[in-house]
Design a protein around this ligand. Structure first.
Ligand code: KIV
Ligand code: NA
Length: 265
């Protein structure tokens, strides 16, 4: 199979073919999603919540994401693998941002990186792109600035749409190959999608974007806590695993497992 490259994102927007992405943090899910034809896998700093047990993405480090990214990149044969630059690994300037991006490419085998912020991240995006590393931008609700934004709030309502458009144009001008819009009203996301040449990827930004991305543990029903309104659950993995764990515990307690077929003579 032919690998997905940034060209695929551009062609998909031109041809009106929707782009699909899921997060992945390990080689087992990466293999399954890759074989299913999901176009890109994001090793998100949402690993902080979903793998590492943090309350937010803020504590996540590059050192924590590198081994997860390496596992995902090593497992795929088609999907485009994007490493997510964590909080504190790019904000202070273009050189810091490039240093972090290079680590994802060299140490983890990522195909691209993602970072948060529109106009404020313009210099960082441009420096990374000039070095030959594709960048996915991320605007709208940006979880790493949750405290600055005052909570998990929808972005781009009312006259905020002008700032959203300015951020979108800024990341495109900096050379980003695509931009994530997170928690943005559908109409604002449509305006951004129409205004840009690069594809928009929706995370809770409605149906008019050029692609859709979800956090896999929310999408597959493995998350047991609160999940956002925009997530459609395609499986109940928490239920499946819970039932299996109960049955197995009971089988062991009752001497049903292991049976002769699971034992050596
Ligand atoms: O870390 C993540 O999973 C993300 C997506 C939700 C955009 O950044
Ligand atoms: Na993220």
């Amino acid at each position: 199979v032919k690998r997905v490259r940034t060209r695929h994102f551009q062609n998909a927007k031109r041809d009106g073919i929707k782009i699909t992405g899921l997060t992945s943090y390990d080689q087992l899910t990466a293999r399954i999603f890759d074989e299913a034809g999901v176009d890109f896998l994001l090793v998100g700093d949402s690993a902080g919540n979903n793998v590492l047990g943090y309350d937010t993405t803020l504590p996540v480090t590059v050192d924590e994401l590198i081994p997860l990214t390496r596992a995902v990149a090593g497992a795929v044969s088609r999907a485009f693998v994007i490493g997510d630059m964590p909080f504190g690994s790019y904000e202070s300037g273009a050189e810091e941002a490039l240093h972090t991006a290079v680590r994802f490419m060299k140490e983890a085998g990522a195909h691209a990186v993602k970072l948060e912020g529109g106009e404020r991240s313009h210099k960082q995006i441009r420096r990374i792109v000039q070095s030959g590393i594709p960048v996915m931008a991320h605007i709208g609700f940006t979880p790493q600035s949750e405290h600055g934004l005052g909570g998990h709030l929808i972005q781009g309502r009312g006259d905020q749409v002008e700032q959203l458009l300015a951020d979108a144009r800024s990341v495109q001008a900096a050379g980003a190959f695509a931009v994530v819009l997170e928690m943005v009203p559908s109409d604002a996301a449509r305006q951004v999608t129409d205004a840009l040449d690069i594809p928009t990827i929706s995370v809770g930004a409605g149906p008019h974007c050029d692609g859709q991305l979800l956090v896999w543990t929310d999408w597959a029903g493995l998350t047991t806590g609160r999940i956002p309104k925009f997530v459609k659950q395609y499986a109940d993995l928490a239920g499946v695993l819970s039932t299996a764990a109960h049955e197995w515990r009971d089988d062991v307690a009752n001497g049903i497992y292991p049976g002769p077929e699971h034992s050596y003579e």
